[in-house]
Write a protein that binds this ligand. Structure first.
Ligand code: DOR
Ligand code: ZN
Length: 428
């Protein structure tokens, strides 16, 4: 295996140093390392971060390979600086058995672009009525620790309680898509004055907040771990802050799009901006940014949700919700959090790599950039600017909300256990 010397990079944005990658590990760090026998990557001006970890990726395989596959989705992940992704189980069939999660895990190993850690469904077929075999998925080769019916809420309080109790046996966590179903029947966008003006059925903040509050109480009651997927409202942030203050094991993620975009985009009636939970108000965006900065929201997760053209080039009410995220996430985080002074690069690394790996109990990722650690590294140029061209994305789908928009920062190289998956900005 080739040794790589990453010359003059800025680990976590700090003083320049060299990183030597050999045999899958970082073997040395420091100024002026000996390059003998190594391929040198000129890292002048580049920020080095631990490989990013996404707690919330839709890879669509099995079943919707027209939208994405494990291979195309993990190529997109690598292009975005990710070395590991957690794959959501809303596939067809759903990933609700040891057999399906092992299949997804193996496909990830074969593709080789990023480690794929399957998430198991909470209920059989994600139908919300009977618990799936969580223990069998945990014991499988895929070693599942995160369970979710994402796309749908585990709305039955008794089932949610049982799932929370059950996952304690193997230190698992239930990742909840918080959406009270009755309050959101037919919902199309954030419920607000604007939804009235546009004539699109509203998805009220309370439908998220009611479930976040209930699940925080349940997690506290049974002393288990709940993780709130894609928090989108200022009220959810307040509830998570309160639950954490109680000492309950409640964690939360925010998506790049909820840090960047508001409901105003619905005025276009372009379903590119249709997503679940919906884009909210500028006040919500402000609260989410503050909460990510102060640690109330633990991490960034993309909710990368590829959809083929036929599902997105429809009228708003008929279109599928979801947006691509993997290839633009770090740029979005830079614009929303770093260029605004809310986070430094160490803070970004914590929230895009270390915390998600810790929440998902994923070994070998989210580690410091130190000698002896696995060589999962991304090199990022924060001074670059690029215009997002959907046709040039590695994802099989094209539904990015940033098409034609200029974003800061570019991923220059990604290394998965010392092997480049991206070099000079291109997947290898
Ligand atoms: O917008 C969304 N898309 N939200 C979800 O919860 C599911 C996801 C999907 O699978 O497309
Ligand atoms: Zn979801």
């Amino acid at each position: 295996m080739t040794r790589f010397l990453l010359r003059g990079v800025r680990p976590l944005g700090c003083e320049p140093a060299d990183l030597l990658l050999d045999e899958g590990r970082i073997t040395e760090t420091g100024p002026g390392l000996d390059a003998a026998g190594a391929e040198v990557v000129d890292g002048d001006g580049l920020v080095a971060l631990p490989g990013l970890v996404d707690l919330h990726t839709h890879l669509r395989e099995p079943g919707r390979e027209d939208a994405e596959t494990v291979e195309t989705g993990t190529r997109a992940a690598a292009a975005g600086g990710y070395t590991a992704v957690f794959a959501m189980p809303n596939t067809d069939p759903a990933a609700d058995t040891a057999g399906v999660v092992e299949q997804v895990w193996r496909l990830g190993r074969e593709a080789g672009y990023a480690d794929v850690q399957p998430i198991g469904a909470v209920t059989v077929g994600r139908a919300g009525s009977r618990l799936a075999e969580l223990g069998a998925m945990a014991d499988s080769a895929a070693r599942v620790r995160v369970f979710s019916d994402d796309g749908d809420c585990v709305s039955d309080a008794v089932l949610m309680r049982r799932a929370l109790e059950y996952v304690k046996a193997f230190d698992g966590v239930v990742a909840q898509h918080a959406q009270e179903p009755r309050l959101t029947e037919g919902a199309q966008m954030n419920e607000s004055a604007l939804s009235g003006v546009l004539g699109l059925r509203g998805w009220p903040a309370v439908a998220e907040e009611a479930v976040v509050a209930r699940d925080a109480l349940l997690a506290g009651h049974v002393r288990s771990r709940v993780h709130v997927c894609h928090v989108s409202t200022a009220g959810s942030v307040e509830i998570v802050r309160w639950a954490k203050a109680k000492g309950w094991q409640v964690t939360a993620e925010v998506t790049p799009h909820h840090l960047m975009l508001t409901e105003e985009l619905a005025r276009s009636y372009d379903p590119l901006y249709k997503v679940n939970p919906p884009l909210r108000t500028a006040e919500d965006v402000h609260a989410l940014r503050e909460a990510l900065a102060d640690g109330t929201v633990d991490c960034v997760a993309t909710d990368h949700a590829p959809h083929s053209l036929e599902y997105k080039e429809a009228e708003w009410p008929a279109a599928a919700p979801g947006m691509l995220g993997l290839e633009t996430a770090l740029s979005a985080v830079q614009e929303a959090m770093v260029d605004t002074g809310l986070l430094d690069w160490a803070g970004v690394a914590e929230r895009t790599s270390a915390r998600p790996a810790a929440i998902g109990r994923l070994a070998g990722h989210g580690r410091p950039l130190a000698a002896g650690e696995p060589a999962n590294v991304v090199l990022y140029d924060p001074s670059a600017r690029w215009v997002v061209d959907p046709a040039r994305l590695a994802s099989r789908s094209r539904n990015t909300p940033y098409a034609g928009r200029e974003l800061p920062g570019r991923v220059v190289a990604t290394f998965l256990r010392g092997r480049p998956t991206v070099l000079e900005g291109k997947p290898v």
